[in-house]
Design a protein around this ligand. Structure first.
Ligand code: NAD
Ligand code: WQD
Length: 339
């Protein structure tokens, strides 16, 4: 059993990881400023897991004193660091906000960890660090090519953590490069809650399905891909959450540091995802072919072999599961009962 602090633990991936950790017998402490999550998420986690009194600290990761006090009050062996801003467009509009939240925030967190002698960390990185890859599937030793401010912050945060691991300040560290997380817990009690117009494909599709939006804008159908639309490696958030638990257990047991992809290894186009969603839910998704979105890459998907080899993880859920569970979550929120 490991006690672990989850920064951003009330958010989309953090909340699912809390469930995975509790189910595997670990103890979690949540630290979140609720800037992008709902305040009743911890209560929902308690109902979902049957675990009472999950400690919750409302704090900003940039507040070293508050994080230090949280670690002193709730001693942990490791931190999983989810808390960050994550919108590519917003990062280009306000770079300093992203440097501050993500990079300064991570430095302040690492300082608080050092002050309390917490020396193991799992970090939410992103496949966005690969930018435009030479080819897919992408292995971890592919070159990193930052294409936007958000991606730059992820790469800098990875480097900070790797430096501290290399110099022995951290005892164990995992930089986890997520591909495209989608889906929700099958209970439909937790999921993704984008604010305003969703940037990402699956939340947008689910909002078309509820009738909140009239159609999906398909950003380009003239890419060099089998059907002309963008190809991505969508990964179910429940699989992703389990990967965090396995990665944490691996680095804690072996005191090692690594950088690893988390994807399924399968590329799916926008049109394939829409068709899968229609099949899984019986809802029609009207489409509008729109211009390409600036900065988008035609195609990328993971080589997920390292995660399988090193800590025995591979994705178990498929695109049908992703669509069904995304829809169950969104339909429940929209008060739709035909699921
Ligand atoms: P999310 O916004 O749902 O969760 C982030 C959580 O962190 C939220 O609960 C938010 O309130 C909290 N938070 C933000 N800034 C904070 C701060 N300064 N102090 C304390 N709490 C703060 O996002 P998510 O999708 O769960 O993403 C989690 C992590 O995974 C992020 O680091 C993100 O960059 C990374 N990531 C996400 C995706 C994706 O597509 N969702 C892909 C790759 C990587
Ligand atoms: C997927 C595909 C779009 C919306 C982004 C970030 C990345 C990572 C995950 C955090 C693309 C197309 C989308 C729409 C569309 N986040 N699309 N209509 O761009 O792969 O990655 O989220 O780390 O950093 O860049 O994901 O879901 O936005 O797009 O046609 O309304 O769907 O063009 O081909 P992306 P996405």
């Amino acid at each position: 059993m490991t006690r672990v602090l989850l920064t951003g633990g009330a958010g989309y991936i953090g909340s699912h990881t809390a469930v995975a950790l509790i189910e595997r017998g670990h103890e979690v402490v949540i630290l979140d400023n609720f800037a992008n999550s709902e305040r009743d998420v911890p209560a929902r986690l308690e109902r979902l897991t049957g675990r009472a009194n999950i400690p919750v600290i409302e704090a900003d990761i940039r507040d070293t004193g508050a994080v230090s006090a949280a670690l002193a009050a709730h001693p942990v062996e490791a931190v999983i660091h989810f808390a960050a801003l994550k919108a590519v467009g917003e990062s280009e509009a306000d770079p300093l906000l992203y440097y501050d939240m993500n990079i300064i925030g991570t430095i302040r967190l690492l300082q608080a960890m050092q002050a309390q002698n917490v020396r193991r960390i799992v970090f939410s990185s992103s496949a966005t660090v690969y930018g435009q890859p030479d080819s897919s599937p992408i292995p971890e030793d592919a070159p990193t090519r930052v294409q936007n401010i958000y991606g730059r912050t992820k790469l800098v945060m990875e480097d900070l953590i790797s430096d501290l691991a290399r110099t022995g300040k951290l005892q164990a560290a995992a930089n986890l490069r997520y591909f495209n997380p989608v889906g929700a817990h099958p209970s439909a009690m937790i999921g993704e809650t984008p604010r305003g117009v969703p940037n990402n494909l699956m939340p947008y599709v689910t909002q078309v399905a509820t009738g909140e939006r009239p159609h999906l804008n398909v950003f380009g159908n003239d890419y060099d891909t089998p059907d002309g639309t963008g190809v991505r490696d969508y990964i179910h958030v429940v699989d992703l959450a389990r990967a965090h638990a396995l990665a944490l257990e691996h680095i804690c047991a072996n005191d090692v540091s690594l950088t690893v992809n988390l994807g399924t290894g399968t590329g799916i186009s926008v049109l394939e995802l829409v068709r899968a969603f229609e099949r899984a839910t019986g809802r029609e998704i009207p489409l509008n072919i729109a211009p390409r979105r600036p900065g988008d890459v035609a195609s990328y998907y993971a080589n997920p072999d390292m995660a399988a080899r090193v800590f025995g993880w591979q994705a178990a859920l498929d695109v049908n599961d992703m669509c069904r569970d995304s829809w169950a979550w969104q339909a429940r929120r929209a008060g739709i009962n035909d699921i």
